[in-house]
Design a protein around this ligand. Structure first.
Ligand SMILES: [Zn+2]
Length: 204
């Protein structure tokens, strides 16, 4: 799963951003989409370290795919991310919240897809868990990329529907101006603002 993570994370970001914005007046939910691949860094970490001649041990084992798919790495990642973006004017808590949600969203998506996925609750439990909503997908090994070899068609269609529902609900409740939180200001001013304003719903 790669492309699917982007779609599902977009849907989750739009919902979470809507609620967070209502509470705080701020929306950095683009961070959720940015972090959509974060747990899969374990694949890259292993390759990169191997090239440098290192073998990093994680709980006494080599880093394998899925090693970062747990709540311990989620917290470490969130804190590191928050420090990293703090100089750019993003409040520590905002960055921590959205990056951990982004990381958790990836874990949740993997769990939805795979019946036996990863040790999500490590270090509290070493049980390999998963929800596995689609009966034909058991784990990552038998995941089929039947949509142009980039995604699983079924998983993708469900994700696109969720994304559509998220867009419709947020636009209905907030008006279309929420789109501004997913792009740099300059891009919004140049291309989107006039449409949002002409819809008459920008100040909702
Ligand atoms: Zn994953």
């Amino acid at each position: 799963m790669m492309f699917e993570h982007v779609i599902y994370s977009c849907a989750i970001a739009i919902f979470v951003g809507m609620v967070y914005h209502r509470v705080t007046g701020r929306d950095y939910s683009w961070i959720i989409i940015l972090c959509a691949f974060a747990p899969d860094i374990d694949v890259a970490a292993n390759t990169v370290l191997k090239n440098f001649g290192f073998t990093l041990l994680f709980e006494g084992h080599k880093i394998y795919h899925g090693a970062f798919h747990n709540i311990a790495i989620m917290v470490i990642f969130g804190i590191a991310f928050a420090f990293l973006v703090h100089p750019f004017g993003i409040k520590f808590f905002d960055a921590l919240f959205f990056s951990m949600i982004g990381f958790a969203a990836h874990l949740f998506e993997d769990a939805l897809a795979y019946k036996s996925a990863y040790m999500f609750l490590w270090p509290f439990s070493s049980k390999i868990m998963g929800i596995g909503l689609l009966p034909e997908i058991l784990s990552e090994e038998n995941y089929s990329y039947d949509f142009f070899r980039i995604a699983n068609g079924e998983v993708l269609v469900i994700g696109l529907l969720l994304l559509l529902v998220a867009i419709i609900i947020r636009t209905y409740l907030d008006g279309p101006s929420w789109i501004r939180y997913y792009m740099p200001d300059i891009l919004y001013e140049k291309f989107f603002r006039k449409y949002v304003v002409s819809s008459g719903m920008h100040e909702r």
